[in-house]
Design a protein around this ligand. Structure first.
Ligand SMILES: [Zn+2]
Ligand SMILES: [Zn+2]
Length: 178
């Protein structure tokens, strides 16, 4: 299991300190759609004394399956993160006996002590950015419901059905009365 753990203790113990971390990270396959390139960007950690601010801008490209034609396609995704975590205790930078620690009371915590699990945090944001019903392109023609031919690639021999079969029956009955 690949875990991307970032030690933010230095920032947490020094109010006013701001550190930028270049990030390049792959996510576990089973936890997110397959990535075509790592998530990359810069994560910024900044301590306000009682609050730890985490921000950053990230980009990646994910592989998705088209809901109409079932082919796989790549979707570039960009997102920003903004998080604030309360800090408990007196930072060591202010008192010789002090030690501050991040309080992450979220139901899906991303901190363990002053270690940030960057993969967990970025995955939460990435999943929110993905479309609920992905399509490879707006005008994707999908698959023929009769023979399964991908209609983006070729037209099949199946006759296009006009209207619903039930209404076709009604129409036939109407005209056959004359
Ligand atoms: Zn498609
Ligand atoms: Zn067909």
């Amino acid at each position: 299991m690949k875990v991307y753990r970032l030690d933010l203790n230095d920032v947490v113990q020094h109010p006013g300190r701001r550190v930028e971390y270049p990030i390049e990270i792959w996510l576990e396959r089973e936890e997110a759609p397959p990535l075509a390139e790592p998530i990359h960007g810069t994560l910024v950690a900044e301590s306000g004394g009682r609050i730890l601010r985490i921000s950053g801008e990230f980009q990646t490209t994910v592989w998705l399956e088209c809901g109409r034609c079932l082919s796989y396609f790549q979707l570039p995704v960009a997102f920003e993160i903004h998080e604030e975590f309360p800090l408990a205790g007196t930072p060591a930078g202010l008192s010789a006996y002090g030690y501050a620690e991040v309080e992450d009371r979220d139901s899906f915590p991303v901190f363990e002590g002053n270690y940030l699990y960057v993969d967990d945090l970025l995955r939460q944001y990435l999943l929110l950015e993905l479309p609920l019903a992905p399509v490879c392109r707006e005008d994707c023609k999908g698959l023929c419901p009769t023979c399964g031919q991908n209609l983006n690639e070729a037209q099949c021999a199946c006759a296009p059905k006009a209207g619903h079969p039930a209404f076709e029956e009604l129409a036939r009955a109407w005209y056959s009365e004359d």
